[in-house]
Design a binder for this molecule. Structure first.
Ligand code: FAD
Ligand code: FES
Length: 258
């Protein structure tokens, strides 16, 4: 992990409230797994005080660059959206434990399920699984067609199904509606998205091998402040905890109370 000023190479609106930012810097050399994130200090001085965690969506080792896909939500992400190419962004990372790509052998099947702003880390994951000879399928859920992003990019990697809440693209409803209709067989499930989506996946696939990336509000991002604790499921004492930033954000499916 290092802290550095990365250079904004590009920063553009790609869907409603969704931006794609490409950053260059030496931090890229340290990225070990898809699903790791960076902690971004937007703005200058103490406002906003805290860094914002954003997943690494794609890694370009040749050019020393990484891609962030982010939704403008509040002050921090609004400041990011105002940055022009050539600007310097204070970034800490790479942080966290990402998705295990080596959980599958060549020829085995992976199902990748993403919801909304949980979709970004699955892109680099899919690229790496594909490179390892794993058979991949994607199911991506968005609010509407206007909010959907990277569907074409995912489709160039592997078969991709889309669900939108308002039915403006693909299946009307949620990713779980697509899954219920298709009944695909797979060896490992990888997912990132809202807690309700992850809970629905756990209920739909009891005993399934899989990995979930969790979101929790973060302060330090490095395991020091206990600001992001979650509870393991199998804890008879009820006192054990895990930190999403440093033990996760990726956990085995069924390991954590969601
Ligand atoms: P504000 O609402 O003003 O933020 C206020 C505070 O709440 C900040 O401290 C902020 O960090 C925190 N916060 C708000 N929402 C969240 C949230 N959902 N999760 C964690 N902290 C939050 N968003 C993306 O758009 N793209 C991504 O790839 C992405 N990856 C993430 C990966 C991880 C591991 C985590 C934990 C979160 C990720 N998020 C991602 C959510 C993103 O961190 C928040 O949307 C962002 O911090 C909001 O900041 P803001 O200043 O715009 O909003
Ligand atoms: Fe500080 Fe996780 S954010 S311990």
């Amino acid at each position: 992990m290092i802290q550095e000023y990365m250079i904004v190479k590009s920063n553009r609106l790609i869907a409603q409230d969704i931006w794609e930012m490409v950053l260059a810097g030496s931090l890229v050399r340290q990225i070990a797994r898809p699903g790791q994130f960076v902690h971004v200090k937007a703005g200058s001085g103490f406002d906003p005080l805290l860094r914002r965690p954003i997943s690494i969506a794609a890694v370009d080792r040749k050019n020393g660059a990484l891609t962030l896909l982010y939704r403008v939500q509040g002050k921090g992400t609004r400041l990011m959206a105002n940055m022009a190419p050539g600007a310097r962004l204070d970034v800490l990372g790479p942080l966290g434990n990402g998705f295990p790509v080596d959980a599958l052998r060549p020829g085995q099947k992976a199902l990748l399920v993403g919801g909304g702003i949980g979709v970004p880390p699955l892109y680099e994951l899919s690229r790496q699984l594909k490179a390892g000879g794993v058979e991949v399928r994607h199911v991506l859920g968005f609010e509407s067609a206007a909010h959907a992003f990277y569907v074409e990019k995912f489709s160039t990697l592997a078969p991709t199904s889309v669900a939108t809440v308002d039915g403006s693209w693909g299946t009307k409803g949620f990713v779980t509606d697509v899954l219920a209709a298709e009944n695909w067989a797979f060896d490992c499930l990888y997912a990132c998205g809202p807690a309700a989506m992850l809970r629905a996946l756990e209920a739909a696939y009891p005993g399934q091998r899989g990995f979930f990336s969790l979101e929790e509000r973060m302060a330090c991002g490095t395991g020091a402040c206990y600001g992001c604790v979650c509870r393991p499921k199998n804890d008879p004492t009820g006192t054990a905890s895990k930190k999403v930033c440093s033990d996760g954000p990726v956990f085995e499916m069924g390991e954590i109370l969601i």
